[in-house]
Write a protein that binds this ligand. Structure first.
Ligand SMILES: [Ca+2]
Ligand SMILES: [Ca+2]
Ligand SMILES: [Ca+2]
Ligand SMILES: [Ca+2]
Length: 350
């Protein structure tokens, strides 16, 4: 077989390669693209070592000096490129060592915010609106402080922290029913909530033993409204009991499980059809508890003679047409499926 056709294809491929922007072409290494100047057309951003090139679709480009030292986008990727000032167009936030540089392509300018000579990072989930004013703030975790860079206000605030502390990153949500997200923090034996809108840090003693803020992407409603009033509540996981904390009222309510337990996957949800989510818990003895924080009650669902003590969660579904989900489980021993109806507490074989 002769190959004039294949040769032609190869030549075409070479031409195509020459046309395509390479990953390390003359314009630099592609970082990502986003609308940076507010005209609803994306610009393309390239890393050129000590500077960044922003190129628009017309082909014109603009260079920003960054640093001759090492630098990186916050989060190490383009997801941190967001609107930071409430003016159309995304800004580019860059860790340049001791400082955070924000490139404002809309005004062809950049700003440096001194952060820390120690290590620091933007908190996952923490580039978000914290004050109810358009534009996302940047929550920064440093070893001795929690900081907020408010690019719209061109300001940085700092909250000193002592001891080990961990931001519940999936829990940075509205906790007070007022615009802007609050920041839940486990700090030794205390639960803290930082409210940037009011610049206040609350502290509530929890336990000197082990505990954690429910903060799990597999339980997306971990931090959600549990009592029917504005603002999400926090679920605290402690040995043999669960606490529900309301930042609005400052109240901490304990729900005794009296066994080891785990919250069911995606198990913080609507079971009774009344505003405020419930919490479904698998107990180590095989039975199930459902906690109703709105009414302060704990329901006990006995699995003996039905789903047993060795079972798997199948799914949640509204099976009775009345608002609120039922739970489907499979007895792993008998391979039979059962439906749990929280409203009545009954368990029915399929
Ligand atoms: Ca902007
Ligand atoms: Ca804001
Ligand atoms: Ca709020
Ligand atoms: Ca609430």
């Amino acid at each position: 077989m002769t190959h004039p056709f294949r040769t032609a294809l190869a030549a075409l491929a070479l031409i195509a390669c020459a046309w395509l922007p390479g990953t390390a072409s003359a314009q630099g290494v592609l970082m990502g693209s986003a609308d940076l100047d507010g005209d609803n057309v994306a610009e393309t951003v390239y890393n050129n070592g000590s500077y960044i090139t922003v190129r628009n679709t017309s082909g014109s480009s603009y260079n920003y000096q960054i640093s001759t030292g090492s630098w990186a986008l916050l989060y190490g990727n383009f997801t941190s490129v967001q609107d930071l000032d409430g003016t159309p167009g995304a800004e580019i936030p860059i860790n340049i060592g001791g400082a955070l540089k924000v490139i404002n392509h809309n005004s062809r300018s950049s700003y440096n915010y001194q952060i820390s000579t120690g290590s620091w990072a933007a908190s996952p989930g923490g580039i978000t609106d914290l004050n109810g004013i358009a534009g996302n703030e940047i929550l920064i975790v440093a070893y001795d402080s929690l900081k907020v860079v408010d690019h719209r206000a061109r300001s940085t605030s700092s909250q000193p922290m002592s001891g080990t502390y961990a931001v519940a990153v999936y829990g940075i949500r509205d906790l007070d029913g007022q615009p802007g997200a609050e920041v839940p923090i486990a700090n030794g034996s205390a639960l803290r909530v930082y409210n940037y809108r009011t610049r206040s840090m609350s502290s509530t003693p929890v336990s000197s033993g082990s505990w954690a803020i429910c903060n799990d992407p597999g339980i997306p409603n971990c931090v959600s409204d549990l009592n029917g009033t504005a603002g999400a509540e926090l679920i605290l996981i402690l040995p043999n009991y669960i606490s529900v904390y309301s930042y609005v009222t400052g109240s901490m309510s304990n729900y005794i499980i009296n066994a080891q337990y785990a919250i069911l996957s995606d198990g913080v949800r609507q079971f009774d059809g009344t505003t405020g989510n419930e919490i479904a818990v698998a107990r180590s003895d095989g039975n199930i508890n459902i906690i109703y924080p709105r009414t302060g009650t704990v329901q006990y669902i006995n699995g003996s003679n039905t789903f047993g003590s060795w079972w798997s969660l199948l799914n949640y579904a509204n099976l009775d047409g009345v608002a609120g989900d039922e739970i489907r489980v499979r007895n792993n021993g008998t391979a039979r499926n059962y439906r749990i109806y929280p409203r009545s507490g009954s368990v029915v074989a399929e």
